[in-house]
Design a protein around this ligand. Structure first.
Ligand code: SF4
Length: 335
C-alpha cells in the first residue's frame, strides 16, 4: 500500500505562498484523487492532470502548468540535475505495508559465497533497505550502499535509466541485491553490470537471481537488433519531456548515420507512437528519450527501435563486446 504525506505537501505549499497548483498523480495513486483534491483544495486552487506521465522526468505540457505557482508530483523523487520550469514539490510515495522477511530466503547468498553485497532499491521501497541490511549483516555479509550521481536523489537508489549507485561500488562488491517489486529495475541493473543481481521481491517475499533473465533478454534483443543492420532510412527521435531531452545526442547520431552512408531524419516527439514512424516509411528508429521505451515497448513497433548505445555498438562507433545499457546521466537544458 503506497502512501503520501498530504499534510506535508500543504506545509510546503504554504511555505512557498503558492495559490494555484497542478497535481500529477501516477496511476497507482489515482484511486485517491478525490481525497487529495479535497484536502488540497481547502487551501489552494487545484488542477489534477489526468494525463499519464513517466515520472520526475516528465512535468507535462507548458500549456497546462503555465498558470500555476507550483507543480506537485506524487510518487516520485526529484531528479536533482533537471532544471524544472516551475517550483516543484515531489512528495514521494513509500510502501508502508509491514512485511516480515524470512532470513532463510537469503541463504543462497551465503551458499554462493558472497561476502560483500551492494544494496539497492527503487524509490518506493527505500524504507525497507534497513530491514534487508539487518538480515544480511546477521548472516555475516557486509553491506555497501553506493553513492548516486546527480540524477538520483538518494544513495542506493535506482531509476530505470540510471544505475550510478550500483556502478560507484562495482569494484567493492561480489553481487547486488535490489529491494523492489517486479523485475523492471532488477533487469536494468543486471544489464548494466557483470556482477550477479538478486531481486528481493516484496510482493512475493522471495529472493531470486536475475542472471538468467539477462541471458533471455539479450538473446531476444540481439535478434531484434540484427534486423537493423540492413536498415537504410533511420528516424532519430528526441523527446521533449524535460528530464528526457537529449537533443545533442540526437545530433551526434545524425552525424554518425551519415558517416555510415545511411539516410536519417531528425524528429521531436512528446509521446512516442509506432504509427508515427510507420507513416514515415523508415526502416529503424533510434530513440534518445526514456531508455526503457525501446527495451520494454519493442513489440509495439513494426520496425526495430534502438537505444543510442545499441546503434553505436551495432555500427562500430562503440568498441565493446558487451551489451551497453542506455543510461541518462544528464539531459540538455530545455528552458
Ligand atoms: S527517463 Fe524513463 S526510466 Fe528515467 S526516470 Fe524517466 S521514465 Fe523513469
Amino acid at each position: 500500500m503506497l502512501s503520501v504525506d498530504v499534510d506535508d505537501t500543504i506545509k510546503k505549499l504554504e511555505g512557498m505562498n503558492a495559490r494555484k497548483i497542478l497535481l500529477q498523480l501516477p496511476d497507482g495513486l489515482k484511486p485517491h484523487a478525490f481525497d487529495y483534491f479535497n484536502a488540497l483544495s481547502a487551501k489552494f486552487s487545484v488542477i489534477i492532470s489526468s494525463d499519464p506521465f513517466y515520472g520526475a522526468c516528465d512535468v507535462g505540457n507548458a500549456e497546462i502548468y503555465r498558470d500555476v505557482d507550483c507543480i506537485v508530483q506524487y510518487g516520485h523523487s526529484e531528479i536533482p540535475n533537471v532544471k524544472y520550469p516551475k517550483p516543484m514539490i515531489f512528495q514521494e510515495a513509500r510502501n508502508e505495508a509491514r512485511v516480515t522477511m524470512n532470513p532463510d530466503i537469503f541463504d543462497i547468498l551465503v551458499t554462493s559465497g558472497f561476502r560483500k553485497i551492494g544494496l539497492l532499491s527503487s524509490i518506493q521501497y527505500m524504507d525497507r533497505m534497513a530491514e534487508a541490511r539487518k538480515i544480511l549483516e546477521g548472516l555475516g555479509i557486509s553491506v555497501i550502499v553506493g553513492r548516486q550521481d546527480s540524477r538520483l536523489a538518494y544513495p542506493g537508489q535506482v531509476l530505470g535509466c540510471n544505475f550510478s549507485s550500483a556502478h560507484s561500488i562495482s569494484m567493492d562488491v561480489d553481487a547486488y541485491l535490489i529491494v523492489s517489486t517486479g523485475k523492471f529495475h532488477a533487469i536494468g541493473v543486471q544489464l548494466s553490470t557483470e556482477k550477479e543481481v538478486f531481486l528481493l521481491d516484496l510482493n512475493y517475499l522471495s529472493l531470486q537471481s536475475i542472471r538468467d533473465e539477462k541471458e533471455k533478454f539479450l538473446r531476444k534483443r540481439y535478434a531484434k537488433l540484427s534486423t537493423a543492420l540492413d536498415a537504410k532510412k533511420f528516424c532519430v527521435v528526441f523527446d521533449t519531456k524535460i528530464g528526457q531531452y537529449r537533443k545533442k545526442l540526437a545530433d551526434v547520431l545524425m552525424k554518425q548515420i551519415k558517416e555510415i552512408g545511411k539516410e536519417g531524419i531528425l524528429l521531436s516527439t512528446n509521446e512516442v507512437k509506432p504509427s508515427d514512424y510507420e507513416n514515415l516509411r523508415c526502416d529503424a528508429v533510434i530513440f534518445t528519450g526514456c531508455p526503457r521505451v525501446p527495451i520494454d515497448d519493442a513489440e509495439r513497433f513494426s520496425m526495430p527501435i534502438l537505444t543510442p548505445p545499441e546503434f553505436q555498438s551495432l555500427f562500430g562507433f562503440k568498441k565493446t563486446r558487451n551489451y551497453v545499457m542506455d543510461e541518462i546521466v544528464a539531459v540538455d537544458d530545455l528552458n
